[in-house]
Design a protein around this ligand. Structure first.
Ligand code: HEC
Length: 160
């Protein structure tokens, strides 16, 4: 009799923990209330067993992995920026120069002179283009644009 009580208590604990995990995951992944209830009903309110716990832990881990890997991959990456620059920009900006309009080069002082000394300004120019500089919106994705802008910024800082 004592045994069955302690088992019941353990099960109760598991289900509270599971419910909490589900709640946190749903909050983090901003599911709607209806989705959250359906999720809870499937995994928590029904009689509880280890299989379900394993299932919930797997789903929770998958959701957490997704949540934390998505923003990480969106960070600007200087190595990616260097590649993008070599493939798309060197033709006109070799070594930070400007082979089309010489005085609009990518040196730090020049970028500042033309108001191009911020990540936003550089990204906008790459995305939309300007005069003889083509727009790259269709050819590069936002992460590549952010990365190449960061690369230009870093190179200008270092004096190319
Ligand atoms: C076909 C030649 C060409 C290519 C390719 C090109 N640009 Fe340009 N770029 C220009 C020209 C021309 C300007 C000057 C635009 C103006 O202000 O009239 C310019 C200006 C700039 C400026 C502002 C410089 C300043 O001093 O105002 C930045 C930053 C820049 N380019 C970055 C890039 C990056 C990054 C790439 C590659 C993704 C790239 N450009 C590809 C021709 C090019």
């Amino acid at each position: 009799m004592f045994d069955s009580v302690s088992i019941a208590t353990t099960e109760c604990h598991w289900s509270i923990i599971a419910k909490f995990v589900v709640y946190r995951v749903c909050r983090l992944s901003s599911l709607s209330d209806r989705q959250r209830r359906a999720f809870e009903e499937t995994f928590v309110r029904t009689p509880f067993d280890m299989k379900k716990l394993v299932g919930i832990v797997c789903i929770a881990l998958a959701a957490i992995t997704m949540l934390f890997s998505a923003p990480a991959s969106a960070e600007p990456d200087l190595a990616v920026g260097k590649q993008v620059f070599a493939a798309n920009c060197v033709a006109c900006h070799k070594g930070g120069a400007n082979l089309v309009i010489a005085n609009k080069n990518l040196q730090k002082a020049t970028l500042a002179q033309y108001g191009m000394d911020s990540m936003e300004a550089i990204q906008t120019q790459i995305t939309k283009g300007k005069n003889a500089m083509p727009a790259f919106a269709g050819r590069l994705d936002p992460n590549q644009i952010e990365s190449v802008a960061a690369y230009v910024f870093a190179q200008a800082d270092a004096g190319w």
